[in-house]
Design a protein around this ligand. Structure first.
Ligand code: MG
Length: 165
């Protein structure tokens, strides 16, 4: 145990999944209309994975690859909402609560602006937070690398947690 636990801790998360034919696009726990979906062992929700890793990182818990191995049949096609909520449980078990989350989604397509509010509200709902605690930004990769070639979506995320009295 930390003899002097700090009042705040910060965590960072990153994830990338390939876009492929024949899969639904699940992002932020919502199904978005798109010609391709993200490939992965679970539902491949790259946004919830990056947010979960940010939360786990904030309390120095094992990362989602360790908690939910992609070799585990129980994780096959798993709803990543469960992964995000498990990460929140790790935060709470460490004596902290979520202050806020901020994520940047890197994608050429689909355009996320029309879905932004719905995504923020859904993530906040999954965590029981006011939706103003969840920030979501979207950008393209200016045509560069796999993200720019529409072959993948990547997400960077940070989480701040505060110590519970
Ligand atoms: Mg992932």
């Amino acid at each position: 145990m930390d003899p002097e636990p700090p009042p705040f801790r910060v965590g960072f998360g990153y994830d990338l999944h390939r876009l492929v034919e024949g899969r639904p696009l699940i992002l932020g726990g919502l199904r978005l209309e798109h010609s391709q979906g993200l490939d992965g062992h679970s539902d491949a929700d790259v946004l919830l994975h990056a947010l979960a890793d940010a939360l786990l990182g904030a309390v120095a818990a094992p990362d989602i690859g360790q908690l939910f191995p992609n070799t585990d049949p129980a994780c096959k096609d798993m709803d990543s909402s469960r992964i995000l909520q498990a990460a929140q449980e790790h935060v709470e078990a460490a004596g902290y609560a979520i202050a806020n989350l901020d994520a940047t989604v890197l994608a050429e397509a689909p355009k996320l602006a029309p879905h932004r509010t719905a995504l923020q509200e859904n993530i906040a709902r999954l965590l029981g937070l006011p939706h103003g605690r969840v920030s979501l930004k979207a950008t393209t990769n200016e045509g560069q690398d796999a993200v720019g070639q529409r072959a993948a979506i990547a997400v960077h995320a940070v989480a701040l947690v505060y110590r519970q009295a």
